[in-house]
Design a binder for this molecule. Structure first.
Ligand SMILES: Cc1ncc(COP(=O)(O)O)c(C=O)c1O
Length: 348
């Protein structure tokens, strides 16, 4: 039985107040653009991100696919970090749905550079793919939730724009970066041609994401929302959760970051666990258990069996914890106890 679920911030369940707010939502036919709650959510996100327009979609994955579909023709190339979500976890969507190819940029710290972008752009010759998009992930999830500093984003986007590329942000955890750095969301979003935020991660809504950009971009995105089956009907019921989350769950992300730091500091003290505490900037803690004599699987099975604490296993020795609003008050303490127990039971 899972009692403390650190598997991901996607496991959050809507709070009682969020559910009540959803129940009372004004609704209409979203596909006809007549759902007042969806329209309100889209306006809120456009405003927060300083963009002309925004579009409600069922998931962050669909936001990436719709954005790539607007930006690319078949055969075009998308530059992105080597462990980025669209490359690893979207079932090859850009290739299957759009015919675009990915070019992974090697950057162990999760943040590639403007120079890497410049060096990767292909010359305009008929036998090469056209490099079309740079895509960056805020925060960089597979690297442990590190934040792209504003200046680096500006440099990367300037390099892209100078060569006629467009810049896209997968902002699954953009608000974590906003809260961690104090940089307003609209400043992060300003250099990007398209940017989306997820409502169903740290913000605690059950479903949904919102993609923003220029009016023209969003009008073209509507076509793919429809084509991919993402145009809904009385979607205000779920959009209301997003409205509620934006009003009540953004600032509290600081608590998740504090809990992640607390957990990281305690894990780093355990013999055989290796972890750079300074790299824990937001709500993701990735650590290596090789030195304990346990595999990642064995570590995670032990914490689950002994204390009901669920970690996720990323690799043979790599384990991840993600903090969020659904962790019980003593959850981090229990996670620390569970980790101590696991390490103490390492094989002789
Ligand atoms: C960085 C990143 N991008 C995109 C996604 C996809 O979002 P969704 O689960 O809403 O499709 C995720 C989900 O975990 C993610 O972590």
């Amino acid at each position: 039985m899972v009692k403390v679920d650190l598997f991901s911030d996607t496991v959050t369940r809507p709070t009682a107040s969020m559910r009540r707010f959803m129940c009372e939502a004004d609704v209409g036919d979203e596909q006809q653009r007549e759902d007042p709650s969806v329209n309100l959510l889209q306006d809120m996100v456009a405003d927060l991100l300083g963009k002309e327009s925004a579009l409600f979609l069922p998931s962050g994955t669909m936001c990436n696919q719709v954005a790539f579909a607007v930006h690319c023709q078949a055969g075009d190339e998308i530059l992105l970090q080597e462990l980025a979500h669209p490359l690893l976890y979207e079932a090859g969507g850009a290739a299957a749905l759009i015919g675009a190819v990915f070019r992974p940029l090697v950057s162990p710290d999760g943040l590639y550079t403007a120079e890497q972008v410049e060096e990767s752009i292909r010359p305009a010759v008929h036998y090469m793919p056209r490099t079309r998009v740079v895509s960056l992930e805020q925060t960089s999830a597979s690297i442990g939730g590190v934040c792209w500093p504003l200046e680096r984003i500006q440099q990367v986007c300037a390099a892209a724009h100078a060569s006629g590329l467009v810049a896209h942000m997968d902002g699954a955890r953009l608000f974590n970066a906003v809260v961690a750095t104090g940089t307003p969301a609209r400043d992060f979003a300003a250099p990007l041609d398209s940017v989306w935020v997820d409502l169903s991660k740290g913000l605690g809504a059950p479903v949904g994401a919102v993609l923003a950009g220029s009016r023209d971009f969003v009008e073209r995105a509507w076509v793919f929302k429809q084509r991919f089956g993402g145009a809904m009907r009385q979607a205000g019921i779920i959009a209301a959760a997003g409205v509620y989350a934006l009003r009540h769950h953004v600032e509290r992300l600081a608590d998740d970051h504090q809990q992640a730091r607390e957990l990281a500091a305690a894990l780093a003290e355990l013999r055989g666990v290796s972890l750079d505490v300074d790299r824990v900037e937001t709500n993701i803690v990735i650590f290596d258990v090789r030195g304990t004599g346990l595999s990642g699987e064995a570590f995670a099975s032990c914490t689950l069996a002994s204390h009901g604490v669920r970690f996720s296993v990323l690799g043979p020795y790599s384990v991840r914890a993600v903090t969020h609003l659904d962790i019980p008050p003593d959850g981090i303490q229990r996670a620390i106890e569970a980790s101590r127990t696991a390490v103490a039971h390492r094989p002789g």
